[in-house]
Design a protein around this ligand. Structure first.
Ligand SMILES: NC(=O)c1ccc[n+]([C@@H]2O[C@H](COP(=O)([O-])OP(=O)(O)OC[C@H]3O[C@@H](n4cnc5c(N)ncnc54)[C@H](OP(=O)(O)O)[C@@H]3O)[C@@H](O)[C@H]2O)c1
Length: 271
């Protein structure tokens, strides 16, 4: 089922490409219905070869699409909004920004149009339909947030949150991909030291991490209740776990998240 005419992803970088892949695998759009824009167009030749419309021309992409997904760096946002604003039409366009730290009000002020603007914070797992995407809009009653929710629900899980929580969501969900990947890498390095080849250790660590996450998501469980099931008195798991805590395991994760959130809150204004 195709719901929408065309989408334009302005800024075909890491997250822009992941969104493009996710939208196609969700079956909401075909490759031919998705524009991906970029200045160094040669770097996304593989997308044009697959049937996506790739161009450097942001304005023509906006003219032809109805869903506009802005995926540039915060420092590139003002310029691209100035460039496209004459092509943005009320009653036609929905703008979805995934740009960290840029508020809906700031985007609307630059566009100077009465159009729905939704902020979304996906992560790169959107490419395989496993994103955690937080969504926010200043107006909750129009259809825009429903459309954004429908699009992002097709490529993972969604949560509608207040706009002032979008920056914390960036740290927990977008940066979070890297945090959990580093945890898996660390586990695999330990696995190598205790006897496994690296490819075996990565696979075993990743599948174990997936299993742990699924225990929570499928059973609506709390991490500690699942940990209780594998920590017997004087046992091997609690010894290892406590050793990790003595070395700051939980504290390191919390401090890292807080640091990322603080930095994300200054991104748009500072750059
Ligand atoms: N990466 C993530 O996991 C993630 C998750 C959620 C949100 N975000 C947010 O999404 C945004 C993009 O992040 P990213 O990691 O994808 O960065 P990125 O890889 O640097 O992508 C940005 C892309 O925008 C393109 N671009 C810059 N100016 C442009 C213009 N005027 N017209 C068309 N394209 C232009 C750049 O390519 P050219 O230089 O070739 O033009 C670049 O590939 C950021 O605001 C980030 O905070 C990222």
């Amino acid at each position: 089922m195709k719901l929408y005419k065309k989408a334009a992803i302005l800024g075909g970088g890491n997250i822009g490409q992941a969104i493009a892949n996710g939208l196609v695998s969700s079956n909401l759009f075909t490759e031919a219905n998705i524009y991906i824009t970029k200045r160094r167009i040669d770097t996304i030749k593989n997308f044009s070869e697959r049937g996506f419309i790739t161009t450097q021309d942001n304005r023509s992409a906006v003219r032809d699409a109805e869903i506009i997904i802005i995926a540039v760096q915060p420092k590139q946002l003002d310029e691209i909004l100035q460039e496209i604003k004459s092509e943005i039409k009320e009653e036609k366009h929905l703008v979805i920004s995934v740009v960290s730290g840029a508020s809906i009000m700031a985007i609307k002020e630059l566009l100077r149009k009465n159009i729905p603007v939704v902020r979304a914070m996906p992560n790169t797992a959107i490419a395989i339909g496993e994103s955690m995407t937080c969504i926010s809009s200043d107006i909750k009653t129009n259809g825009a947030i429903k459309i954004a929710e429908e699009i992002f629900s097709s490529v993972g899980k969604t949560m509608i949150i207040e706009e002032d929580l979008m920056v914390p969501a960036t740290a927990l969900c977008a940066c979070g991909i890297a945090f959990f990947l580093r945890a898996i890498r660390a586990a695999s390095q330990g696995g190598i030291e205790i006897g496994f080849h690296s490819e075996e250790a990565i696979f075993m660590a990743a599948q174990t991490a997936k299993g742990a996450a699924s225990l929570l998501l499928n059973n609506d469980a709390h991490p500690e209740s699942e940990i209780d099931k594998v920590t017997t008195p004087r046992g091997i798991t609690i010894s290892g776990l406590n050793q990790m805590e003595h070395n700051g395991f939980s504290s390191a994760m919390i401090k890292g998240l807080v640091t990322s959130a603080e930095k994300a809150s200054k991104l748009y204004k500072n750059e």
